[in-house]
Design a protein around this ligand. Structure first.
Ligand code: G6Q
Length: 548
């Protein structure tokens, strides 16, 4: 148990020593603080100097990583050991972007030939669609690609396709349908013509209820106007490890792409689950993204902890989560193209580390994964930053921003960046009572009026942030950033001694929904649940329109 270790205790008492330190004083005392607490990898700069840390804090945190055997576990992960022990699976998403010639083994078997073969197939399919060689039933090229999938089979491809839109093919539209609420699929279908639409049914299991229902609605919609089941081949492809089910659906086995059990859904955008990305940006750009991720993998494996960006991010997260008792963590991108990054990281982080049972099957005695939330930073400034600045909760945050904007409209970009720098400075420094007083007096206020307003205008500051600057959000950098967060999550899981790669917590609700679905079929009163659930089900049944 981490809490009973000497290093945990040392960190606990160190916290007591430094928790009242003010970052503004630390900056005043040490002009080298930025140089000391910043790291670079390729074109990514991490400034972590605006954190409530000293040299000693980092020393202790690095010791925690060493004693938690982060290096050994990293070695196990990359060498294909079945570290996802509750599902008896290896965790080898890094093989999907292994652009080297080195083999990657599971049970003594090199997985790379299969991975490379699948990449070739993806290249072939995507090129024929992008070059308009792929023709639909009426001989027209594809104009719209609809990804039907949910969770890991949707969030990654959607986030990346949006993020790399400037690199995407311009006269093709991409739609992501995940919700079983018919409004989602209907909104997409309303815009589309069956003869020019390609559906990608993305489901590792090909049994996920939401995806299967949406796929069957899409199939019906398609066959309603194209009354020919053999045409399904030209308009539906699948990414799955359940080939039989996809073939039964009518998909040409040639167009069924593989998934492996050693890739978790939320880590799968590098596989054929990334097909919408490849169709949008082309295989060469996708390979650049893999290159960025591969180089981050090497950085993570090879750099000492002191220079290792994912490790440093992970340790800072642990520091706030476990010693400052911070409950949440904000992801604040200042690049519009990253607008789905917070949602993507919510799944990546919370499904991985939202666990209360440790690797030995015991209940943990420490807090594990934080609540991840976020939004495009500039919009969030006008919404929830109030709470980060002046609320009662400590919310560590990552600010992410590009140095060069894609469109290069300098005026916009300078305003944007001035906000990044201003917000992190404001969060760190705050504004003292005497600063507020001086400001109000300079504005001509005095006496009772000044005293009454003064407390509301004070900012306590000392709010921690990391700033990640990168040259531009190109495929390679995005690949690096995603891999950086994947490894951060991994390191935290090791320190908390949990399995970051299963997701049993999503099962219970699914099981109950199957039972309740049967109860919704007729009008009879339901009495088998608690009074709230019975009451809600019966209220719904009594008030729904006849035909529903
Ligand atoms: C991710 C999870 C989960 C999964 C979805 C979709 O790590 O496993 O989000 O991706 O439940 O599952 P299918 O791909 O099997 O439809």
């Amino acid at each position: 148990m981490p809490k009973s270790t000497a290093i945990w205790e040392a960190l606990q008492s160190h916290y007591q020593e430094i928790c009242d330190l003010q970052m503004r004083d630390q900056f005043a005392q040490d002009p080298q603080r930025f140089e000391k607490f910043s790291l670079e990898h390729n074109d990514i700069l991490l400034d972590y100097s605006k954190n409530r840390i000293t040299d000693k804090t980092m020393e202790l945190l690095f010791k925690l990583a060493r004693e938690s055997k982060v290096e050994e576990w990293t070695q196990k992960m990359f060498s294909g050991e079945k570290i996802n022990h509750t599902e008896d699976r290896a965790v080898l998403h890094s093989a999907l972007r292994n652009i080297s010639d080195k083999p990657m083994l599971i049970d003594g078997q090199d997985v790379m030939p299969e991975v490379k073969n699948e990449l070739q197939r993806i290249r072939k399919l995507s090129e024929s669609i992008r070059s308009r060689q792929w023709r639909g039933v009426s001989g027209q090229p594809i104009t719209d690609v609809v990804n039907i999938g949910i969770g890991g089979s949707s969030l990654g491809p959607e986030m990346v396709t949006d993020a790399l839109r400037p690199y995407g093919i311009h006269d093709m539209h991409f739609h992501f349908v995940s919700n079983v609420d018919e409004n989602h699929i209907m909104a997409a279908l309303e815009m589309l013509k069956p003869e020019t639409t390609l559906f990608i049914i993305s489901s590792k299991t090909f049994t996920t209820q939401e995806t299967m229902l949406n796929a069957s609605t899409a199939r019906k919609w398609f066959l309603k106007s194209v009354d020919d089941t053999s045409a399904i081949k030209k308009h539906f492809v699948a990414v799955t490890s359940n080939r039989d089910a996809a073939t039964k659906f009518g998909i040409d086995p040639e167009n069924i792409f593989m998934m492996w059990d050693w890739v978790g859904g939320r880590y799968s955008l590098w596989s054929a689950i990334g097909l919408p990305i490849v169709i949008s940006i082309g295989m060469d750009n996708f390979e650049a993204m893999m290159q960025g991720a591969y180089e981050m993998d090497q950085h993570f494996k090879e750099q000492p902890f002191e220079k290792n960006i994912p490790v440093v991010l992970a340790l800072l997260g642990v520091w706030y989560n476990n010693f400052f008792n911070a409950q949440s963590y904000a992801i604040l991108p200042y690049d519009q193209h990253l607008h789905r990054l917070p949602a993507y990281l919510q799944q990546a982080d919370m499904e991985s580390n939202g666990k209360y049972v440790d690797r030995e099957g015991q209940q943990v005695d420490i807090s594990t994964g934080p609540i991840i939330f976020g939004e495009i930073g500039i919009s969030a400034q006008h919404a929830f930053y109030q709470l980060i600045h002046q609320g009662t909760k400590l919310i560590p945050a990552d600010f992410l921003a590009p140095i060069t904007d894609y469109h290069c409209i300098m005026r916009h970009h300078r305003v944007l960046m001035s906000n990044v720098f201003a917000q992190t400075e404001a969060l760190m420094k705050g504004k003292t009572e005497s600063e507020v007083r001086a400001e109000l007096e300079a504005g001509g206020m005095s006496g009772e009026q000044l005293e009454a307003l003064l407390p509301y205008k004070v900012f306590l500051g000392n709010k921690p942030t990391n700033t990640l600057l990168f040259q531009t959000l190109d495929p390679k950098t995005l690949g690096g950033l995603i891999a950086m967060y994947e490894h951060k999550i991994f390191v935290q899981g090791i320190i908390w001694n949990i399995n970051s790669f299963d997701q049993w917590g999503v099962e219970l609700g699914k099981q109950l929904a199957v039972k309740i679905q049967a109860e919704l079929e007729d009008a009879s009163e339901v009495t088998v649940h608690d009074s709230s659930t019975n009451g809600l089900i019966n209220y719904y049944k009594n008030n729904r329109p006849e035909k529903q």
